[in-house]
Design a protein around this ligand. Structure first.
Ligand code: NAP
Length: 153
């Protein structure tokens, strides 16, 4: 599993029903990186971003599932992981905070964009120990910094 997220320098990922910034080129990158994959999301994130998805398979976690057109809804993380594995495609965790907290321990890679500037929000990416990970790719774009973190074995 890979984690994919955009965050501020102090780990803000969300503000209300969205992100505090508008950086379309970073969002385009997210849509390209997750194109054709299996993307796992929490119910809140699905409501915000699900309709844009370029993933082949969307899996939505919810404890009170409503049927969702074009997505597989799962009541538990274990069921979501089974469903994701059955699709046989690369698996991404697309958040939000509650889902990142549960999936970072399972992930081998994290594709993280840091949005430049000062941003306020109400939802944060979980803290992780950078010593458990190494940066294998770094790209400094005008409005964000992209890093690929690979778990040290
Ligand atoms: N910057 C980024 O890259 C990024 C990416 C994604 C999201 N976000 C932001 O993050 C915020 C949303 O994050 P969030 O933490 O509030 O919500 P979330 O993680 O998207 O969704 C939480 C919901 O997922 C379901 N859920 C989570 N774990 C579950 C489990 N183990 N079993 C069953 N259901 C489970 C529950 O749905 P039910 O309540 O239906 O039971 C829970 O209320 C928004 O502000 C959004 O904009 C930012």
């Amino acid at each position: 599993m890979k984690i994919i997220a955009a965050m501020s320098e102090d780990r803000v990922i969300g503000h209300g029903d969205g992100m505090p910034w508008d950086v379309p080129e970073e969002y385009e990158q997210y849509l390209e990186l997750t194109r054709g994959t299996t993307l796992l999301m929490g119910r809140r994130s699905y409501e915000i971003f699900g309709s844009d998805s370029t993933a082949d398979n969307l899996i939505v976690l919810s404890r009170s599932p409503q049927p969702v057109a074009g997505a597989t809804v799962c009541r538990t993380l274990a069921a979501a992981l089974d469903a994701a594995a059955a699709f046989g495609k690369p698996i991404f965790s697309g958040g939000g905070a509650k889902v990142y907290a549960q999936t970072i321990p399972l992930a081998a890679e994290m594709l993280l964009s840091t949005i430049k500037g000062d941003w306020r929000g109400d939802t944060y990416f979980p803290e992780f120990d950078p010593f458990d990970w190494k940066v294998t790719e770094e790209r400094d774009e005008e409005r964000y910094l992209f890093r690929r973190w690979v778990r040290r074995t």
